[in-house]
Design a protein around this ligand. Sequence first.
Ligand code: AMP
Ligand code: MG
Length: 422
Amino acid sequence: MTKPSIAEASCADDYDPNSMPVDKARAFIHRFLEPLTAQLRVPIRDALGRVLASDVVSPVDVPSHRNSAMDGWAMRGADLRPDADTTLDEIGASFAGRPYAAPVGTGQCVRIMTGGVVPEGADTVVMQERAKARGTRVTFAAGARTGQNVRHAGEDLKRGAVALAKGRIVRPAELGLLASLGVGEVAVFRPLRVAFFSTGDELKSVGTALGEGEIYDSNRYTIHGMLRRLGCDVLDMGVVRDDPALLEAAFREAAANADVVITSGGVSVGEADFVKGLLGKLGEVVFWKIAMKPGRPLAYGRLQGAHFFGLPGNPVSVMVTFYQFVREALLRLMGADPVMPFPTFPATCTARLKKAPGRTEFQRGVLSRGPDGGWTVAPTGDQGSGILKSMSEANCFIILGDSVGNVEPGTVVEVQYLEGLV
Ligand code: AMP
Ligand code: MG
């Protein structure tokens, strides 16, 4: 299937760049994302946070041998009388890592510990709580079932079966699983290279003094943090002034050196006009006013082979648009599969929220356990899109859908917990 061009797709019937619903913008972007293919082999510890580039096939059976699920005795199930006690002779012991080497015959049993190899001949384990030993004579209570408490080789995972599928993000559990299979190296996709810069004549970098009307560039720091958390390789290109020649040079350099280019600022009305022309010349970019708050202006497209996200300038808008659009897109480009939308769940709002219908709002909230054990949420003070403190104090987004109006205390709202997302 050939992909439509971004410009063509933007001409779709229901496409309205002046009021693009959040879900539609997200779906649109996803049509243009093709995951990385380049991969490298790394020792498993270095794979943490990376995406597996091929299926990991188990080289062994898990468990590797028939073993006991209990501390007790192993014997032939046929020796145990179903409706009366049975007494057998203990002939040895099988401990984890120290198997009993000989077969178990009729009338015999072997002391066995959890994980111990079930000796040849035996097929059943009776746990010690159902047995009484007097010297080497061991009596077992009635009611045992042949085959009980025995874990079979390959029961958890058969040799040759896919243990971890391509596209899986490696977390601590995957590291442990790989190690349990004796796998010391895996193929992962190479890290995604992301170049970013801030635009604006008013911006100064940390470490320099502010002149009148100037502010510190904070977006480069939040963007750095959000990208590093995702495991991207970052190329911080600093602040670029609102000057067409400088911007063009920056866009070209970014696109030449990265898989993805992210900018902040310069996409609001007025400013967008000249950036639009510039990006039209360098690639294929669409400009949207997303029906959301904060984060209305957003540009997305291709820039000479790189993916491009033009985020708004306001610091909170940058973070909200990153988490609602860019994060998922980057994970997909990194080769992650599936990419789940970050989950939302209901919580009772304890305060009144101001909200106009017609757009989706991402207010910043603090989620806590209410007195009855349910989740409650309260907004973090002033919700202005320039107020980073509201993001810093928050542990969740309160997501108020398009049709929602003002929210009264006691209303159930959708929240998105930020831990794990940020
Ligand atoms: P813009 O989208 O360029 O019009 O920027 C919108 C608002 O965000 C303005 O108040 C800018 O000063 C502010 N802003 C833009 N870029 C940054 C930045 N990198 N760090 C902090 N604030 C910014
Ligand atoms: Mg600006």
